[in-house]
Design a protein around this ligand. Structure first.
Ligand SMILES: Cc1ncc(COP(=O)(O)O)c(C=O)c1O
Length: 279
């Protein structure tokens, strides 16, 4: 648990961090967020996170200008104050406070919350683990490319995974796979790596962006295209990426074992190369 929380220009104790009941983030999920990984005390891929945050706030017309140096300062101060070595920084910006009404007023003052949490990452060492995923309909709203806290569909999907002893939920729209409840999905077929294009149907993951560069540098073949649930089930390898999961192998989808239930060579190599790039 975070000892200190940043709340609108102040560092306060976790238990004293309070938000108004008419905050629009609380009432309507009218808010955006980012999750940034911290490994060995270092903030990772921060520029990508801040660019995506800017995108989210612009798409939703928030009255908020991203001040990158100031946000980085807050993150670094919290890492220090909370003595965080490995974990995540959670940042949430809400549109602000207003008497309850669907339509928002212009020029509300956003509420800014930042705190940290410890996390053990699935690193490609002797404890590297492959996980089970389930499939579930993608019933999210039409703009999952914006990183909002409107996550009810993701929550239902993730809870379904939990009930089945699975780590992730792969979301399916009609016959095609979009992404997962809290990560991007990749498959390997005939040694080619395939992932859904970063359009308005998925969140453009920061880990996805970083991994794309690594795949290119390794001269592996990457295809960004839609793929079907059938292709998923027949894939040689399946893995997911996110700031919290890094490159995590999926060795079972529903009742189907992928790669006989073993972690695939390409997945492991990408995880190792991502980790190398991180440290
Ligand atoms: C729906 C969804 N897709 C993809 C991702 C991966 O994004 P990132 O790599 O930036 O963590 C996340 C992360 O939270 C997510 O919630």
């Amino acid at each position: 648990m975070s000892k200190y929380v940043y709340l609108n220009n102040q560092y306060v104790n976790y238990k004293d961090a309070k938000i108004h009941i008419e905050d629009r983030g609380f009432q309507f999920s009218d808010s955006v967020y980012e999750v940034i990984k911290v490994i060995n005390g270092k903030l990772l891929d921060i520029e990508f996170h801040l660019s995506r945050l800017k995108y989210s706030t612009i798409e939703l017309n928030f009255n908020f200008k991203i001040n990158k140096p100031s946000l980085k300062n807050i993150f670094l101060s919290l890492v220090k104050k909370n003595q965080l070595k490995n974990g995540i920084i959670y940042l949430q910006i809400t549109r602000g406070i207003q008497p309850r009404e669907h339509a928002y007023k212009k020029n509300l003052k956003p509420n800014i919350i930042v705190y940290t949490a410890k996390k053990k990452f699935n690193l490609p060492d002797k404890n590297y683990k492959g996980y089970k995923a389930i499939t579930y309909p993608d019933i999210r709203w039409g703009r999952p490319d914006i990183k909002t806290t409107s996550l009810l569909a993701n929550i239902l999907a993730a809870t379904e995974a939990s009930k089945h002893g699975a780590y992730e939920t792969i979301l399916v729209k009609g016959k095609k796979v979009t992404e997962a409840a809290h990560s991007n999905v990749w498959i390997v077929r005939s040694k080619k790596i395939i992932t859904h294009p970063a359009n308005k149907e998925i969140l453009k993951g920061v880990t996805r962006t970083v991994l794309k560069k690594i795949i290119n540098s390794l001269n592996l073949k990457l295809i960004e295209r839609e793929f079907s649930i059938k292709e998923l089930m027949k894939a040689e390898e399946v893995f997911i990426t996110s700031s919290g999961s890094l490159v995590t192998p999926i060795t079972q989808v529903d009742k189907i074992k992928i790669n006989k239930g073993e972690i695939g060579a390409i997945t492991k190599s990408l995880a190792l190369n991502l980790y190398k790039a991180i440290i």
